[in-house]
Write a protein that binds this ligand. Structure first.
Ligand code: ATR
Length: 272
């Protein structure tokens, strides 16, 4: 009997996670069955408990339930505490463990797949919602020269900075601002963690925001977003979030199975 895992969310039918984990299982020879599970607003916790009581070994949690998964977990990793959100549940020895692999997924895509060194880089993170909370800690672990969090609603950027300052030893160089306040500033790495791309929009960035040789990264996995097109028009290298998606899945797989899959062929397969 294979060990059972699932991704739970709403909506969830579009999720690539079952395909990604099937590839990881095939590659590593792990006996794993991974399915997508739709939950409603009223039955998320009950659905997790049911899956667990039926022998499920772990779950990925996607929107809009990452905060509720954080509350449900009985033990939480440091990165889950920093993110205030959980995307990976592991059911072990009677307890529900919560972790967050989004940030490490982003960092691995940037450093391993895209070959960037993050230490000493002037880094701009756009957005101050759940996606930004998820990646801030692992970005700070890499010791950028500075981490500026810009947001349309400046107060939310300031609140995010305050949260990380209280939790992360390397958070002294973190500051929050509005997009207008970016005028005259340049960054080596610009990450879009807003949901603006979903609506075909982008935050109002000054075109001179990219330093020579900069990388523009959109956490959405779509080859073309307004932000990526804007960056390409400035002659800047642009990358979407497909690699992050596969890397966060690989980290979940590692947590559950203790083996690390090879992500490159899976990324290549999804690019086809
Ligand atoms: P999530 O938790 O899924 O990240 P969220 O908390 O609604 O969702 O955050 C979405 C982020 O995208 C916010 O930073 C939001 O900016 P505001 O805090 O000012 O709302 C940002 N965002 C969404 N649409 C945007 C747009 N068109 N331009 C700029 N920022 C946008």
């Amino acid at each position: 009997m294979p060990d059972k895992y699932a991704v739970i969310g709403n909506p969830v039918a579009h999720s690539k996670s079952p395909l990604i984990h099937a590839e990881f299982a095939r590659q590593t020879g792990e006996d794993v069955k991974y399915v997508a599970m739709l939950a409603t607003h009223s039955d998320f916790e009950a659905a997790v408990e049911r899956f667990r009581s039926e022998g499920g070994r772990g779950m990925n949690v996607t929107l809009p339930f990452k905060h509720r998964a954080h509350a449900l977990a009985q033990k939480r990793s440091r990165r889950a505490e920093q993110a205030l959100a959980v995307n990976t549940l592991a059911f072990e020895s009677g307890a529900i463990h919560g972790d967050n692999t989004d940030g490490v997924g982003l960092v691995r895509d940037l450093t391993v797949n895209l070959g960037r060194v993050l230490r000493g880089q002037r880094t701009l993170l756009m957005g101050a919602g759940g996606a930004s909370y998820g990646v801030c800690g692992p970005l700070l672990d890499e010791h950028p020269a500075e981490l500026v969090v810009a947001n349309r609603t400046k107060s939310k950027a300031l609140a995010l900075c305050e949260h990380f300052r209280s939790l992360h030893p390397a958070a002294r160089g973190v500051s929050g601002c509005s997009y207008e306040e970016l005028a005259g500033r340049r960054f080596d790495l610009v990450i879009n963690a807003t949901s603006a791309s979903l609506g075909g929009e982008m935050p109002e960035l000054p075109p001179a925001v990219f330093a020579p040789g900069a990388l523009a990264y959109d956490m959405l996995y779509s080859r073309s977003t307004p932000f990526l097109e804007f960056a390409r028009a400035q002659g800047v290298q642009a990358a979407d979030g497909l690699g992050m998606l596969v890397e966060q899945a690989a980290e979940s797989f590692r947590i559950w199975r203790g083996v690390g899959p090879d992500t490159a062929p899976v990324i290549a397969m999804l690019r086809l």
